[in-house]
Design a binder for this molecule. Structure first.
Ligand code: IMP
Length: 195
């Protein structure tokens, strides 16, 4: 199995991407290994941030690398939290504060204002190739947090086709529909590993 580095320090992302590889029938092709990128995410787009992480780990390992950058986008809030999803309420590690801030901003607002999407940019880098892909999933910001599965904003991201938040879904249900699933499926299609 070929080693494939995943440039992340987030164990949730490692677990999800490993499961996504399994769902795509690619788990046997790679030995996925997380490696924390030692860089600030200073890009002004999700894609740029994904490349920053991938490049650093590629330079450190000389091995094929995948990376991704994700954000939650609410149009009625001019795209916020967007690029600032991780530190929306100040601290990049306090997810509860981030989602409480979002709930407070949308308090009393109707469904139209609650429309939201997760956007994910996935990238692949090796000696010869530099490939990227985008995935997204549409939903609504819930009235209150529900469920303790997933991570980050999952408890307030209501996925209308299943009537539940991502925080309430079994991992495989999220991982088959998520922004991350779509981004990585397209990435591996572009790499010629999937039809
Ligand atoms: P980043 O891609 O690690 O920069 O993530 C930005 C922010 O979005 C962080 O607060 C993450 O916790 C959150 N986030 C990223 N992916 C997901 C997801 O799949 N579900 C919920 N929150 C996420």
């Amino acid at each position: 199995m070929k080693p494939l580095f995943l440039a992340t320090s987030n164990p949730h992302k490692l677990r999800e991407i490993q499961e996504i590889l399994e769902l795509l029938g690619l788990a046997h092709a790679f030995r996925l290994q997380a490696r924390a990128p030692e860089v600030e995410e200073t890009g002004v787009t999700f894609l740029e941030n994904a490349w920053i992480k991938a490049r650093q780990v590629y330079q450190a390992t000389g091995r094929p690398v995948i990376a991704e950058d994700t954000g939650l986008v609410v149009e009625s809030l001019d795209g916020a939290p967007g690029l600032f999803s991780a530190r929306f309420a100040g601290s990049p590690t306090d997810h509860r504060q981030n989602l409480n801030k979002l709930l407070a901003l949308l308090q009393g607002r109707g469904e139209e204002a609650r429309r939201a999407r997760f956007v994910c940019y996935a990238v692949y880098l090796d000696d010869e190739r530099r490939v990227w892909a985008r995935g997204e999933v549409q939903g609504l910001i819930a009235q209150e947090a529900r469920g303790n599965r997933g991570f980050g904003y999952d408890p307030i991201f209501l996925y209308p086709p299943l009537g539940r938040t991502f925080g309430e879904l079994a991992p495989v249900l999220k991982n088959r529909r998520s922004h991350r699933y779509h981004a990585f499926r397209r990435l591996f299609q572009k790499l010629g590993m999937l039809p």
